[in-house]
Design a protein around this ligand. Structure first.
Ligand code: CO
Length: 403
């Protein structure tokens, strides 16, 4: 039985490798099939994604977001044309979280892209959240990774609204463009704070209309309130997407921002390197009672300490590169005390060590992984850590610690 399963798994991995080889040859039909596979989470999709990700992130990913009616699709058309004139291949992921349809059934104005659609250098895929298992942000990321492996030079991720899903999707991009228009009905302040913060570049589209300068002034005023940040200050670019006015300036701003971000993204993938098991945390009623067995195995308690803020006593027993931690509660109403009351003694958490805990936190969060910690915390001895919820990890609390 096991041998059969292994053979099947090996078969799927080979199929995935073959598929990626076709993608890299520029086979557009293979690209369409691969994108559908990962979007539908079809059998073999995980192997395919793993094979795609072996090629790393190369394409520049640009997110375009903003309210419906801001002219985003027209703007994206212009951006795509600009990129094509530069000789770059493009992937477009159009995400509509409010739509129940998927697989190209939405965004009627895509018909405008007919001319583009006949260009094999442009691959467009529309998707909707209700069809996306595991969330639209994850599905969009997977589709981007496939397009990336297929050698697309640039990927434009267009979202339709301004809700939480759009904020999540915009985090997938290296550079996020927020599109506003004059006379939006209400003003800049009414926009979701998260979306304003996610913006690397503000576009005031339909800037030939009355009130464009007022929107620009509102954005600049809002940036003033936020104070002088470090590094990149999001520029405001005026465009008229229907004529292409301002598009070269927008693309130039994207290039400049992308160059800055590229450094960050290299570091982003670095955190996975050198990943190792740091320790296993075991909840016990009494360290004295539990340590005997481990000492019989030849392990020794090298260090004991009380972590005051967590009301726990910790005994550390090194084991090769990693260690076991016996955790004894100092109070019933502590994390470990409550765990013991509910589940009894046993494995409480596993801890993995990463090179860059901040990058790990940001990447997992943007990928929709459920985190217990709201931010990276500082523990005893100054080590930095955060916790991943068991719901995302197959049922065990995972602690991620930095070097
Ligand atoms: Co721990």
């Amino acid at each position: 039985m096991i041998a059969d399963v292994n053979a099947e798994m090996a078969g799927q991995r080979n199929a995935a490798k073959e598929m990626v080889a076709r993608l890299r040859q520029g086979d557009v039909r293979a690209l369409a099939r691969a994108v559908s596979m990962v979007e539908d989470r079809a059998e073999g999709a995980e192997d395919l994604l793993a094979a795609c990700r072996e090629h790393g992130r190369r394409a520049q990913r640009v997110g375009v977001t903003g309210s419906a009616g801001a002219g985003k699709s027209t703007l994206v058309d212009q951006m795509v044309r600009w990129l094509r004139r530069e000789g770059r291949t493009v992937g477009v992921v159009a995400v509509d979280p409010s739509s129940p349809f998927t697989g190209g059934a939405l965004l009627g104005d895509r018909i405008r892209m007919q001319e583009i659609a006949e260009d094999v250098g442009v691959f467009v895929r529309s998707m909707a959240s209700r069809g996306a298992l595991g969330g639209v942000a994850r599905a969009a990321r997977d589709v981007c990774d496939v397009m990336d492996a297929a050698g697309r030079d640039a990927i434009v991720i267009e979202t339709v609204g301004v809700g939480q899903d759009e904020v999540e999707v915009s985090r997938l991009a290296d550079v996020t463009v927020l599109v506003l228009t004059p006379g939006m009905g209400d003003d800049v302040q009414s926009l979701k704070a998260g979306l304003m913060e996610a913006a690397d570049i503000f576009v005031v589209n339909k800037s030939d209309r009355e009130g464009a300068d007022q929107v620009v002034a509102e954005i600049v005023a809002m940036q003033g309130l936020a104070g002088e940040g470090e590094g990149w200050v999001p520029p405001v670019v005026k465009t008229v997407a229907t004529t292409g006015e301002g598009v070269p300036e927008l693309m130039e701003a994207i290039e400049r921002c992308g160059e800055l971000r590229r450094g960050r993204n290299v570091a982003d993938s670095d955190w996975m390197r050198g990943l190792r098991l740091d320790h296993l945390g075991i909840a016990v009623r009494s360290i004295t009672g539990a340590r005997g067995f481990y000492e019989m195995l030849g392990m020794a308690v090298t260090h004991e300490e009380t972590v005051k803020q967590e009301q726990v006593r910790v005994a550390m027993l090194p084991m090769g590169e990693s260690r076991m931690e016996l955790l004894e509660p100092m109070a019933e109403d502590s994390v470990i005390g409550r765990f013991l009351a509910k589940r009894g003694e046993g494995l409480h958490h596993i801890a993995v060590k990463v090179v860059d805990v901040d990058a790990a936190f940001a990447r997992l969060k943007s990928s929709g992984v459920r985190l217990v910690s709201e931010k990276v915390g500082v523990g005893a001895g100054g080590h930095r850590y955060f916790f991943v919820h068991p719901a995302s990890s197959g049922g065990v609390l995972v602690e991620v610690v930095g070097e």
